[in-house]
Design a protein around this ligand. Structure first.
Ligand code: 2RA
Length: 352
């Protein structure tokens, strides 16, 4: 018998992509159970060609479940992931609640699949979408050149803040469309957009907002701290220097990161391109003369992280500058979760 899968948070932005992925990837699952909060119970979703009815989040919903994917807010994950684990499920959690827990591996299948075995709590964490989009390209370069430091600037899409983020941007774009004075000295974007900012601290339409997440220590945002802490854990480099500035941009889906990476040895751009060409989960899109660079409008809906603009730093022969774009709902969330869950499914199938 094939393993039973539960998808918790099945009706959110990530859950919806998850159902698409489960319908298009190799089918390794027996029963699939969709689970969500009270307001979604009874809704139906197409998954793998079957119409499934969303069930309530209760302890009993996990009975007989082998693998449970969670895409819910941190506080819900803190309460419910241990419940699912106590009922015998292995949990793959996409919230921030467990990522830095020493007893919870933070797994990216292309980079550290061996960590999957080390799961005393039967919980495995999925990294933050901004970290994930970037790290699949950083890891092979680290293996080649020995990473010492990362200086990062993100360009994050509104779907990172869920469906409400997407709806907010589209509503704002409607409000600012057509007024050619907006964004100049004589046209006030704040006024045109009004007070409804959705999940963001400022208007996103015709703007960039240097903020994502909540306020952490010393002025750093939670998103910036995640990029640092999660990169260190995934790469197994506890002393890696990381400085990130996280910025929200008026893009629907596709997180991008501008990277300045300093290595232990001298680097060259063509060598780095070769590394990226041969690495799993990334594609090289690096021909500026032909107008080819990584961009969200092209990367959305695709699995790999797109890497381009690779240059050796002019002033440091050990440093590379480059640009990465990845679909924050796919590799950034649902796809990485699905890949981890498929490795677990293979364990179940082999063990039976
Ligand atoms: C964002 N990374 O883009 C966050 C969501 N997990 O808002």
């Amino acid at each position: 018998h094939l393993p039973t899968l539960a998808v918790v948070g099945a009706t959110g932005a990530v859950g919806t992509v998850m159902c698409d992925l489960l319908s298009s990837r190799k089918n390794v699952w027996g029963e699939i159970r969709l689970i969500a909060s009270a307001r979604s119970v009874g809704k139906t979703r197409m998954c793998r060609g079957e119409e499934l009815t969303v069930q309530a989040l209760t302890p009993e919903a996990f009975d007989g479940v082998d693998v449970a994917m969670f895409d819910v807010p941190d506080d819900v994950a803190v309460e419910w992931a241990p419940v699912a684990a106590s009922r015998g499920a292995v949990v793959v959690d996409n919230s921030g609640a467990f990522r830095m827990d020493r007893d919870v591996p933070l797994v990216v299948p292309e980079i550290n699949p061996e960590q999957l075995r080390n799961r005393p709590r039967n919980i495995i964490a999925n990294a933050n979408c901004t970290t994930l989009a970037m790290i699949v390209a950083i890891a092979p370069l680290h293996r080649e050149y020995g990473l010492r430091e990362l200086v990062l600037a993100s360009y994050q899409a509104v779907s990172g803040a869920g469906q409400l983020g997407v709806d907010t941007l589209h509503d704002q774009l409607t409000k600012v469309a057509g007024d050619r004075l907006l964004g100049s000295r004589s046209g006030n974007v704040r006024q045109a957009v009004g007070d409804d900012l959705g999940p963001f601290p400022a208007p996103l339409a015709l703007n960039v907002v240097p903020w994502a997440g909540s306020l952490g220590d010393a002025g750093w945002s939670s998103e910036e701290l995640k990029m640092r802490n999660e990169s260190r854990k995934i790469l197994g480099l506890p002393d890696l220097k990381v400085s990130a500035t996280c910025v929200r941009v008026p893009v629907v889906t596709g997180h991008s990161v501008a990277v300045h990476a300093v290595f232990g040895t001298e680097v060259d751009a063509e060598g780095a391109r070769e590394v990226v060409r041969n690495a799993p989960g990334v594609i090289l899109v690096d021909d500026p003369a032909a107008g080819e660079f990584p961009m969200p409008i092209d990367a959305v809906g695709t699995d790999p992280s797109w890497v381009g603009r690779i240059r050796r730093s002019i002033d440091d022969p050990r440093a590379l500058d480059f640009f990465i774009t990845g679909d924050n709902l796919r590799k950034g969330a649902a796809l990485n979760t699905a890949q981890i869950a498929e490795l677990l499914a293979a364990e179940f199938t082999a063990g039976r």
